[in-house]
Design a protein around this ligand. Structure first.
Ligand code: NCD
Length: 320
């Protein structure tokens, strides 16, 4: 595995410090390494402590709301024998409220903790943090940018559920402009052969040209659609996402696209029997709860998988 997974050439990171910032820099060998370790950890049993990070401290610095990402990271650290310090509402509960820069906050927190997980509303924030941090930075979501540990737990889930990461037809549906989990999982799937990615979004929420350009450069088969019904019948994975209300310029803009795609029993009747329905969660109205009992509804299993994958990622960041 490569040692430093830097975000972009523009953001030099300190040599020798591992970071997980952006799925663009991850390759197949890295992904398979993390997935293999996550599977081994799951086999050990998450109730059994692995103890590999004993005496290490993880700081979770979250400037945006979170349930799954922060709790699973903190649980992962505790189950690895480590300890956790947390700012769950860092924009109000840390010195950011007094005007401290992100860079200064990171310099300070890095003096107290061995690893930092950062969630921030600005795209590129984790990369900025990495340029000043002497300890590993884990990007737990940077605005409409990336969410690499979510992408890793998503591909882990596909591997677990379908037994492979290649030759898949995957539709990603909803707010592909702002949905950072889609950006990460699409790039991870492009590391495996013969996958076809179908991006289903209204014109105003199309996936960005930066991600599309990267996928094209890799030779990944991609297609853009606006009609979910037209694609649902021929898929291995339907990856539904939330319309990211908090990232719209106005409430009216949000209302224009709210509820544009809803996965209900009618969509599930179209979806092939062996396909799965995923969602990074939280969901609002884009998946009808009536669908939850369908065995193809994988989203709660997907969320649980985050624990094992984040245990594997924390070990890797710590150099284990
Ligand atoms: C996602 C996120 O924060 O990007 N949630 C998560 O981490 N599972 C998706 C979302 O907020 O819609």
């Amino acid at each position: 595995m490569r040692d430093t997974l830097a975000p972009s050439p523009a953001a030099p990171v300190r040599p020798g410090v591992r970071h997980l910032l952006d799925a663009t820099t991850l390759d197949r060998a890295f992904i398979e390494g993390i997935l293999g370790r996550a599977l081994a950890i799951e086999g050990i049993g998450a109730s059994v402590q692995v103890s590999s990070l004993r005496e290490q401290i993880l700081a979770t610095l979250f400037y945006e709301p979170s349930t799954r990402t922060r709790f699973s990271l903190e649980a992962a650290m505790l189950r690895l024998g480590g300890q956790v310090i947390s700012a769950e509402d860092a924009s109000r509960g840390s010195s950011a409220a007094k005007g401290e820069t992100l860079e200064d906050t990171i310099r300070i927190v890095a003096g107290y903790a061995d690893l930092i997980a950062l969630r921030h509303p600005e795209m590129g924030a984790a990369g900025r943090a990495a340029t000043v941090s002497p300890v590993p930075i884990l990007n737990a979501g940077d605005g409409a940018g990336q969410h690499p540990t979510q992408g890793l737990l998503d591909v882990f889930t596909i591997q677990r559920e379908l037994g492979r990461l290649d030759q898949l037809r995957v539709a990603m549906v909803g707010d592909l402009a702002h949905g950072r989990t889609v950006h990460s999982i699409a790039l991870l799937l492009s590391c495996f052969p013969a996958n076809e990615l179908i991006f289903v979004a209204p014109a105003s929420l199309r996936i960005g040209e930066d991600i599309l350009g990267e996928l094209r450069a890799r030779g990944t088969s991609i297609r853009e659609e606006t009609d979910l019904d037209a694609v649902a019948g021929d898929l291995d994975v339907l990856y539904q996402t939330r319309i990211q209300r908090e990232r719209f310029a106005s409430e009216a803009d949000y209302e224009d696209v709210r509820g544009v795609y809803v996965v209900d029993e009618a969509v599930m009747r179209r979806l092939p029997k062996q396909a799965i329905l995923m969602h990074p969660l939280p969901r609002l109205d884009e998946i009808d709860p009536a669908v939850d009992s369908d065995p193809r509804a994988a989203y709660f299993r997907q969320a649980r998988n985050g624990l094992f994958v984040r245990m594997a990622v924390l070990e890797w960041l710590a150099g284990i």
